[in-house]
Design a protein around this ligand. Structure first.
Ligand code: M6R
Length: 579
């Protein structure tokens, strides 16, 4: 949610910050804005997305600037609520990612003391609180104000007469990039990679002062040292590389992502707690939750380890009696619900493991141990390659627990993804793009694949889609089946194939168009299907991967056929850092 980016160096800062904000837009795109410090603080901000051209930064002169892309929480998305926000004098500017929970109380006090507000945001109170204590030392002012604030924040602050950018974080991510005579601070590494791979991930409670030559970090008022990391990601990883959308690029990255993840995991020291776990509870949200459901099937079926999966947002408030290992899975490692769920498990005394994509992310700081999924930066709001990388982690863990019995799957499964990428989905896309409602069904480990297929479809095409365990359709949703309501069914061979085939026939009898994914030589399915999509390989590992990729592509091409804004679906943002 929201992206912030700051630069101080030898160049005109507003142009650098504007380019950086484009790379952060996937975190929120309701509005954007920049404050630059020249002789005074100048601000430019606007509702909507950053236009390719036409946003004038001529007035934003200066070599230090801070910027923001917004996912609205307090106040509608309009020009006045766009960040940066200033104090009454206009000499202090703030950008903020997070939520200030006690803002209403603080605002009442500020209004009583004569402050004039120009927005409905929670953020603006920070500028006014700073105004009250700022006596020429911005660091001291920020350190005085932060204890008054409850909630989550990553902030960047500029003041007219101060040579620094001051940055601070609590429960919202913030990374500092160390350049050549330039310093950067951002919500994540993506806008910084263009300039440097030297990064410091700030910790909760850190306050950092940035000048072009140095960064100083303070914790509870005292200077502290933080380790610098040289990240593996490159600026190429955050470009579209010739594809029309990041989502398509990321889908096509998946054979390499899978192989790279497996290779990297084989080198990684795996935390012993996995081997010792008697019972596993997994908490996650969205796509990561669906991946976790697949992990549960694998753990129980293949490894005979009892596992349960909980939606992190529910678990946090209604935790079941806990025993054994608790695993948090999150691409970003910053999802508020998952962070809070894992923190709760830790407080209850459970050993915890984080499976994340982003090095140094908040979830890794809570957990006793961490595993990286090695997917590379994922820019598209719709998660794709992180899902496949999550599966790579799970398959790898299963392989370890089965003492190498899945090694051949791990070595060859990328081919199933490659073949899935080559399939012609035209007839299926034609069928889906005319529909108002679509059901996605599967059984066993393919049920979460269906859930994920439905999530992808609704998220980017805005077609109402529901994922169901195939056997459940007759317990209610059957009432909705009609010739206008296609069903996409994953019919992998295995124990449930027979009942799945019966379920499909029952649907066919209601005139429902059937898009069936099945083994390529399955004549029965081919006969009954309106559209048949062959699974390149139907063993569990390859079948799960290829079916997932096919449903990602089905959603992508359907959304594209309908002219939707695929990388930036309405109302969404990549990292959900609020509850
Ligand atoms: O970063 P996380 O894996 O914790 O994110 C969880 C969900 O917000 C995320 O998977 C979301 O559902 C995706 N946009 C789905 O494509």
């Amino acid at each position: 949610m929201c992206g912030i980016f700051g630069y101080t160096g030898g160049s005109q800062a507003a142009a650098i910050v504007l380019e950086g904000l484009r790379k952060l837009e996937y975190r929120g795109y309701d509005s954007f804005g920049i404050a630059a410090r020249g002789e005074s603080i100048q601000v430019g901000k606007k509702q909507g997305r950053i236009p390719e051209e036409g946003f004038d930064i001529k007035n934003l002169a200066g070599t230090a600037a801070i910027g923001h892309t917004r996912w609205a929480t307090h106040g509608i998305p309009d020009d006045k609520n766009a960040h940066p926000h200033r104090d009454c004098t206009g000499k202090i500017a703030v950008v903020h990612n997070g939520i200030i929970e006690n803002y209403a109380l603080l605002k009442r006090g500020l209004v009583d003391r004569g402050h004039r507000f120009s927005s409905d945001t929670d953020t603006e109170i920070i500028a006014h609180l700073l105004e009250e204590v700022y006596k020429g030392d911005l660091l001291a002012a920020v350190q005085a104000v932060l204890p008054l604030i409850d909630g989550s924040y990553a902030i960047l602050v500029l003041a007219e007469a101060d040579p620094r950018i001051v940055a601070a974080r609590s429960r919202s991510p913030l990374v500092v990039g160390i350049g050549d005579e330039a310093m950067f601070a951002a919500s994540d590494m993506t806008p910084i990679l263009e300039y440097t791979r030297r990064m410091i991930v700030l910790e909760d409670g850190d306050v950092a002062c940035l000048t072009p030559a140095a960064v100083e970090i303070y914790q509870k008022g005292s200077r502290v040292r933080r380790n610098e990391e040289i990240v593996r990601w490159s600026s190429e990883d955050v470009r579209k590389g010739g594809f029309r959308h990041f989502m398509l690029k990321e889908i096509f990255d998946q054979p390499a992502v899978f192989s790279d993840a497996v290779r990297a995991l084989r080198k990684e020291e795996l935390p012993g707690i996995i081997r010792e776990a008697g019972m596993v509870t997994i908490v996650a949200c969205g796509t990561s939750y669906h991946a976790a459901l697949i992990f549960k099937y694998l753990l129980e079926e293949q490894c005979r380890v009892a596992a349960r999966v909980e939606l992190a947002s529910e678990f946090r408030y209604f935790p079941p009696p806990l025993e054994g290992l608790v695993i948090g899975i999150s691409q970003s490692g910053e999802t508020a619900d998952t962070l809070m769920a894992l923190e709760l498990a830790r407080l209850r005394g459970c050993p915890t493991l984080a499976i994340v994509n982003v090095v140094g992310s908040s979830l890794t700081r809570i957990a006793d141990a961490s595993l990286l999924m090695h997917a590379g930066p994922e820019i598209s709001v719709a998660a794709t390659k992180s899902f496949i990388a999550e599966l790579a982690v799970f398959f790898h863990l299963v392989d370890i627990m089965k003492q190498g019995a899945w090694a051949h799957h791990l070595d060859s499964a990328h081919r199933a993804i490659e073949e899935a990428l080559l399939l012609d989905l035209g007839p299926a896309v034609a069928c889906c793009s005319q529909a108002k409602d679509i059901f996605f069904v599967g059984r066993g480990a393919f049920y979460p694949v269906a859930l994920e297929g439905a999530l992808k479809m609704k998220e980017i095409s805005y077609i109402h889609a529901e994922g169901y365990a195939a056997g459940e359709i007759k317990h209610g949703p059957f009432a909705l089946l009609s010739p206008e309501t296609p069903v996409v069914a994953v019919c992998a061979p295995g124990e449930t194939y027979g009942v799945m085939a019966s379920n499909i026939r029952e649907m066919k009898a209601r005139g429902t168009p059937l898009i069936l994914l099945g083994e390529k030589d399955d004549r029965d399915l081919q006969e009954i299907a309106d559209v048949f999509i062959p699974l390149p390989s139907a063993d569990t590992v390859s079948g799960l991967l290829s079916a997932s990729v096919i449903l990602q592509l089905l959603a992508y091409h359907t959304a594209d056929a309908l002219g939707k804004d695929i990388d930036r679906p309405r109302n969404l943002a990549k990292s959900v850092t609020v509850e």
